[in-house]
Design a protein around this ligand. Structure first.
Ligand code: ADP
Ligand code: MG
Length: 725
């Protein structure tokens, strides 16, 4: 049962739906967490004392002694070896946004030339990958390439099984010789400590003295496309950049909305089945799956977990999707906009704050209007999002997401908060009178069919156009791009909210009557930040105008957004919360500019390559054969009407000339861009000069695609890729 193949057979071979359900739960319980060094395994492989010490480290951050670390390492090694592992790796998340690892085998040579398998505490706790080629934004001079990985025991160690064999993966933080963060995990962990500290402080003031720790729960919904791998391999743009740089729209797009929540086709279904099993093995609670708006687009959501684990898991989800897709002859596209004109992919980051007693601080309860604790935390989130709107937008920026944010599909580039009718009403009451006296109730929904029992309505409808929406007992930040790490967004959220909570705590600590002071503080905060609350249609033009009047930032591109990283307001907030130093922020801004420039440069080069070697030769071939056919028709039958052929020939030749012109222009401007030294100037140049030149090259080629014989077209079309999966 533990073998993959056996599972598939077992899993797919069933027909009876009822039976499938019971079997499925069996599959889940049989495989769940089998590749994770989880609590159960720890108890089995570690002496009781060591287990208890490790638990204390995980739960309360208490230091693990070197002796204990040695014992843990030994237990981990035994478990890994018994599962066939040959290597271990420190698994980390450098600022590239994807994960990195360096594999070491357990082998150490003994004098009598026998292989001895070794793994000690030192190797578990610290690693020293040659870090010079990871982006550091000038934090480490290249000659001084020391970077360390440090074990993060709060995220479970796991086994990865692939062509290399079985590898023990140890989640780690990655920092420089001088302790600066070189990764996405370190700041996230720091931000979690910050918000915990301040939330505990507030709760203590409100009388909840038994809360010692508060953690952020995160559930990321992951969108992706699945395309046929053979077709994918014929598209250099997809291979090199993750998105199509050319391509005419198919006759049928997503107009019919028939894909959304549609039944899942066989091939994708078998992919999803295997994906689920692989994720369950890794202890990832893969929960929902459905088709998305665009053809060939899907979504998967796990059950939420603590922000750190959710971040690690989301990286594993993306990796696993890619890997499993290939086993099914598919390619998983995680890019934010793989196909122009077709809905892109995002990631919804569901976020809430929960105490160590399991209380969700964003849960409104049955009478939110007099739930001071809830209202205080709600006000804190509203204030934090308003204060740091531009920074939050930054945390959802990458080159791919520039194609979505502010365009007509996903949330606009303007940050606003949707609270829903019930909370908005309470907020209004508080702002007007200082206290709220009632909460709107949901009531019953009348479907108008007497045989359908009455359905209880939520107090609030959904709003799909809001970038930051309250959804019952959590906020859903919907701006993230599908390929991004969720670490940045959660780091910003945690730190910004912690900063507001700190100021609130300071104020409340000096108050004579905490409850009275809290009510005043809630009113003051809501008044000050009500401008960020918007319940209407976020996609409308009126909103863009109104948001401008309200003074809300509308940051259109990643390059513009990046300056918020070094804004004095950001620096103060992050330094105050010990999440980032000014130097770290400056380095991250630098990395952003570089990443943007690199991404556009690769896209431009891929376009130049495809136009030169694929499109232009194909069109020449087609026009030549067209000309030859015109000649032979004329020869055979001088009076035949050849106006259609000549007109196509003329059109193609003229578009071919435009193509060549645009190609030369793109080549020139891209070379110029490459010569610019200063990172920000260079990024701006890529955005303002190179990017438009790319669009100019795309236009005639997409037009040609509609004219040239399909047989002669060098790459699969949008239609081929989106509808023939
Ligand atoms: P949707 O209707 O938007 O798909 P769901 O209720 O299915 O929303 O949840 C989407 C995601 O939100 C899931 O990953 C879920 O686990 C997560 N989620 C639910 N409750 C919370 C919470 N309190 N904190 C964080 N994430 C949550
Ligand atoms: Mg959602």
């Amino acid at each position: 049962m533990k073998k993959n193949g056996a599972h598939n057979q077992y899993f797919f071979g069933m027909t009876n739906a009822g039976m499938e359900e019971t079997m499925e739960s069996n599959v889940i319980s049989n495989v769940f967490g089998t590749k994770v060094f989880n609590d159960e395994v720890m108890q089995e492989y570690l002496p009781k004392k060591t287990y208890q010490a490790l638990k204390k480290t995980i739960e309360n951050g208490e230091e693990l002694t070197p002796e204990m670390a040695n014992v843990v390492a030994h237990g981990m090694k035994e478990w890994a070896l018994s599962n066939g592992a040959t290597h271990y790796t420190h698994w980390f998340q450098p600022m590239t946004g994807v994960t990195a690892e360096k594999h070491d085998s357990f082998i150490s040579a003994e004098s009598d030339s026998r292989a001895v398998l070794e793994f000690n505490g030192k190797e578990l706790i610290k690693g020293e990958p040659d870090a010079s080629s990871f982006p550091s934004g000038g934090l480490r001079a290249t000659f001084e390439a020391r970077g360390y990985t440090a074990w993060d025991c709060t995220s479970p160690t796991f086994l990865r099984e692939d062509a290399i064999g079985v590898t023990l993966c140890i989640p780690t933080a990655f920092c420089s010789y001088t302790g600066e963060a070189l990764d996405k995990k370190t700041p996230l962990l720091r931000s979690m400590e910050a918000i915990s500290k301040q939330a505990v402080r507030i709760l203590k003031l409100l009388g909840k003295t038994d809360v010692t720790n508060v953690s952020c729960s995160v559930g990321p919904e992951q969108e992706y496309f699945l395309v046929d791998r053979n077709k994918f391999l014929q598209r250099k743009d997809l291979i090199f950049t993750g998105r199509t740089l050319f391509g005419a729209m198919p006759p049928k797009g997503q107009e019919l909305d028939d894909h959304y929540f549609g039944s899942i086709r066989e091939r994708q279904a078998s992919f999803m089945n295997e994906l689920n099993i692989e994720l369950w093995k890794l202890g990832i609670l893969s929960k929902t799956q459905h088709n998305e708006v665009a053809p060939a687009q899907h979504e998967m959501a796990p059950i939420y977990d603590s922000a750190n684990i959710a971040t690690d898991h989301n990286q594993l989800v993306m990796e696993t999707m890619k890997k499993v897709a290939r086993r099914h002859g598919l390619e998983c596209l995680l890019h934010e906009k793989p196909f122009a004109g077709v809905n892109g992919s995002g990631k919804h980051n569901n976020w809430s704050i929960v105490t160590n007693n399991g209380e969700n601080l964003l849960s409104p309860g049955s009478a939110p209007h007099n739930n001071t604790q809830f209202l205080l935390f709600l006000a804190a989130v509203i204030a934090a999002v308003d204060e740091h709107a531009a920074l939050l937008r930054m945390s959802a920026s990458n080159p791919g997401n520039d194609h979505r944010l502010g365009a007509d599909e996903a949330p606009p580039a303007i940050i606003s908060i949707f609270l829903g009718e019930q909370l908005e009403d309470i907020v209004e009451q508080i702002i007007e009178t200082g206290t709220a006296t009632h909460s709107l109730k949901g009531g019953k929904m009348d479907i108008g069919v007497s045989s359908i029992p009455p359905v209880k309505k939520d107090a609030t409808d959904r709003n799909r156009t809001s970038p930051f929406a309250f959804t019952g007992n959590k906020f859903e930040f919907r701006m993230l791009g599908s390929s991004m790490s969720i670490a940045d967004a959660n780091t910003v959220l945690n730190a910004a909210v912690a900063d507001v909570l700190e100021k609130m705590a300071e104020e409340l600590e000096t108050a004579l009557d905490v409850n009275e002071a809290a009510e005043k503080l809630i009113q003051k905060t809501l008044k000050e930040h009500r401008k960020i609350i918007f319940n209407g249609n976020g996609y409308s033009d009126e909103w863009v105008a109104e948001a401008e009047q309200r003074g809300l930032p509308n940051v259109r591109t990643m390059v513009d957004a990046t300056s918020s990283l070094t804004d004095p307001k950001t620096v103060t907030m992050f330094e105050n919360q010990n999440v980032f130093s000014k130097t770290e922020l400056e380095s991250r801004a630098e990395i952003n500019y570089e990443a943007y420039a690199k991404a556009i440069n690769i896209e431009a080069k891929a376009m130049i390559d495809m136009a030169t070697k694929q499109y232009i030769p194909s069109v020449i071939k087609y026009t030549t054969s067209l000309a030859e056919s015109i000649n032979s028709i004329q020869k055979a039958c001088p009076e035949a009407d050849i106006s259609v052929q000549t007109s196509i020939l003329k059109q193609c030749s003229s578009l071919l000339a435009s193509t060549r012109e645009a190609l030369i222009a793109l080549r020139e401007i891209n070379e110029k861009a490459g010569a610019i030294e200063e990172a920000k100037t260079q990024a701006e140049f890529y955005r303002d000069q190179v990017f438009p030149a790319m669009n100019k090259l795309r236009a005639p080629i997409d037009e040609l695609e509609m004219l040239v014989d399909k047989e002669d077209w060098p790459v699969p079309s949008y239609g081929d890729m989106l509808f023939e999966v």
